[in-house]
Design a protein around this ligand. Structure first.
Ligand SMILES: *Cc1c(COP(=O)(O)O)cnc(C)c1O
Length: 388
């Protein structure tokens, strides 16, 4: 083991099973390790580096703001924060934004909003939040409770109470939960990311949105992974023709700097008042300047190319040797392989391609602007790894 890896193992909390790859630099969809070996990056830091590594325009926006002022606290106004909020609202039709620093925090905000709305409107006993089985919403004790996967819960009891999980696609079960609980909100991923790149049935999503509207329940979509162009629409809910009350996002929004956002629709735009919520770093001007650059570049042409590249990946893997099935939308792809996914990922690393896993699948989340030539080369390497 190298000196760096020993140092990390000794001093960094052991929460991550890292691959033995030491990344030192990169450009676009290429990353370079300490030995100078190049990799084609199909993971983009788990869907974060939306325009790849050290993208010129994003860097300029970040460095420009960094050179002016890097932080002020939320006691004062800064332009990047206000302008990013305006752009997010303009592109979605939602009304206001609360900025945080991560996806989990964006979801924490959403849950607080749903509970406060319900408490004021119906009474504080209306506190239940319904989420999907097999979902992923973050690692804080509340977003863990929201996460519908028991194995994340086991050793951290008691979690925040008031969460109920429904089987994705089961309208009947959702209906009976809403009838038997005092529900404040429904929170779903339209495509489950960590849960295995599962596209949630459109009929179910529409049913849930309609049921929520009828019962004055806050309907929230977690777009932390699916958002910001990833699936070929700006936000994945846009594939479904629904209008959520709350949209949370993070990952790709910042292009590589930590930022989260909780977007509030008409119904809940004024639920949060002075002192109801806050974050020291939230709306940080450097992160917001980078995010503004990312978001302003996700236009119709880029989204069309994301859909095209996604189609190319899916078509290529469907029916390929060693591949059982392919799932996902746009550049969010799950590949169910005959070999264990982790083995495929290891073989790919050896051949110079970085990809991810999600449950039993190989997961691809390339940069939105990955050049076709690089994508094709990487796909060939993954195909070979699946077939071996
Ligand atoms: C990654 C992820 C989160 C958590 O985001 P963090 O920034 O790690 O807190 C929440 N929801 C979904 C759908 C995610 O993919």
């Amino acid at each position: 083991m190298s000196q760096l890896q020993q140092l990390d193992k000794q001093y960094v909390a052991g929460t991550y099973a890292r691959f033995p790859v030491e990344i030192v630099s990169g450009k676009g969809s290429t990353v370079v390790d300490t030995d100078g070996k190049e990799y084609i990056d199909l993971g983009s830091g788990i869907g974060v580096t939306a325009f790849g590594i050290a993208d010129q325009a994003w860097r300029n926006a970040v460095i420009d703001q960094l050179s002016k002022v890097q932080h002020t606290s939320n006691l004062y106004y800064t332009e990047p924060c206000a302008k990013l909020a305006e752009l997010l609202c303009g592109k979605t039709g939602l009304k206001k934004v609360f900025f945080s620093n991560s996806g989990a925090e964006a979801n924490e905000c959403a849950i607080k909003v749903a509970r406060k709305y319900a408490a004021e409107k119906k009474g504080s006993e209306y506190s239940t939040i319904v989420t999907l089985c097999n979902s992923f919403h973050g690692r804080t004790l509340t977003t863990l409770a929201a996460t519908g996967q028991e194995h994340y819960h086991e050793l951290f009891q008691p979690l925040t109470p008031g969460f109920v999980h429904v089987t994705a696609g089961d309208k009947q079960e959702l209906q009976s939960i809403v009838e038997s609980h005092k529900v404040a909100g429904i929170l779903i991923e339209c495509i489950q990311g960590e849960g295995g790149v599962n596209v949630v049935d459109a009929d179910f999503v529409k049913f849930a949105a309609r049921l929520a509207a009828e019962q004055d329940i806050i309907f929230m979509v977690d777009e932390v992974q699916t958002g910001n162009g990833r699936t070929g629409e700006l936000y994945a809910y846009m594939h479904y023709g629904i209008t959520p009350d709350v949209v949370t996002t993070a990952k790709g929004l910042g292009g590589g700097l930590p930022i989260g956002a909780c977007l509030l629709g008409e119904k809940v735009q004024n639920v949060l008042g002075f002192g109801d919520h806050g974050s020291t770093y939230g709306g940080n001007p450097v992160a917001c300047a980078g995010a503004y650059n990312v978001l302003s570049r996700i236009d119709g042409a880029l989204l069309a190319s994301v859909r095209e590249k996604g189609e190319y990946i899916r078509k290529t893997f469907e029916g390929a040797v060693g591949v059982k099935s392919v799932s996902g939308l746009g550049l969010m792809v799950g590949i169910e392989t005959e070999k264990p996914a982790a083995e495929v990922v290891k073989a790919c690393i050896a051949q110079g391609v970085l990809c991810l896993t999600a449950k039993s699948k190989v997961r691809l989340l390339p940069a939105l602007n990955i050049p076709m030539e690089q994508l094709k080369k990487a796909v060939q390497i993954i195909l070979a790894a699946c077939a071996q």
